[in-house]
Write a protein that binds this ligand. Sequence first.
Ligand code: NAD
Length: 380
Amino acid sequence: MTPTRVTVQGAKPYDVVIGRNLLGELPGLLGERVRRVLVMHPASLAATGESIREDLLAQGYEAFAVELPDAEEQKTAQVAAFCWQVLGQSDFTRSDAIVSVGGGATTDLAGFVAATWLRGITVVHVPTTLLGMVDAAVGGKTGINTAEGKNLVGAFHPPAGVLCDLAALETLDRWDLVAGMAEVVKTGFIADPRILELVEEHHEELREWRGAQTTAETWAVVAELVERSIVVKARVVGEDLTEQGLREILNYGHTFGHAIELNERYQWRHGAAVAVGMVFVAELARLAGKLSDDVVARHRDILTSLGLPTSYRGDRWEQLLAAMRRDKKSRGDLLRFVVLDDVAKPVRLEGPDPTLLVAAYAEVSKEPPTGRPGVTVALG
Ligand SMILES: NC(=O)c1ccc[n+]([C@@H]2O[C@H](COP(=O)([O-])OP(=O)(O)OC[C@H]3O[C@@H](n4cnc5c(N)ncnc54)[C@H](O)[C@@H]3O)[C@@H](O)[C@H]2O)c1
């Protein structure tokens, strides 16, 4: 498979390379000045991290590695401080670099450490989850959590490059693949109808993700979905790095989704919460007279076909509303949503009539969430 390259524009343009067996691309992305590299990976990806470190050693770099706690456990100030200690003790200078190997939690933490060490050193991301490839690793948002909430501390620090080796998805848990698909579907609804068609045609193989046993045809579909999603994200963040305008469209479904995540104390996967969030804003747009019944039904059909939830319990409105008001995307008291006029026609809806919000909530809490037993548990 010949690698595909997507360039993200901005003050320092960089490439996202998508394909297989991409390690040979790493030096080109790191640039000529780098001598020392710290490979950061969670324990679950020790073998991949070590083979990348050995490859870098063989290519003449001084290469070190740190093993991180898994998932959200690594996105803490304590883990960041440990990484700063390793960088300090290994004499990392402004011209050295970090390579992150892992899901979105790892690219967020490693990006944050790179943003803060000596006020910013080079980072190259090697995302290993679908969500990491299509979302977290591209765009330069980095961050860690605090006791008060998720992603409250962070920096915009675009990488020098991103390597999406699709082979990493072979070992990915089925529900991590499906949760990542929620962001792919989001990208389809806001910007690329072909993504929606591909998911409609291939939802069964995607939902029943079989990792290394995946057929060549399905791999081709996954590659196209990853590429198309990255093209959209690259275009959006290339125009608006710091979320002043266009980048807001990437938050489609996220305001309500974040409220669910908070209400569920982060026991739901992000993608599952965003799936319900998309149905909520689709209903909101329909009730506001913007979106047709057909496109709302298409949201439910596609997400359900992947095994993603489309409804939420009906007794949490006050908590969800309070969480949406506190969401960092809100401005003051005014609730803001990205909604659709049609597929690929996102618009902003500011301060919608509260009765519409309640009615949209009623629509997403109509179906019993236990309609497909085990789904929310499996996605948790
Ligand atoms: N910066 C951004 O723009 C942005 C965007 C979206 C999400 N995020 C962040 O991304 C994080 C979620 O990302 P995620 O879903 O990738 O979670 P994650 O990084 O926690 O990975 C999920 C799980 O998959 C495991 N894993 C990773 N790669 C694997 C592989 N190839 N095979 C088998 N297991 C593997 C991990 O060890 C982990 O247990 C959140 O912290 C979220 O805040 C950031």
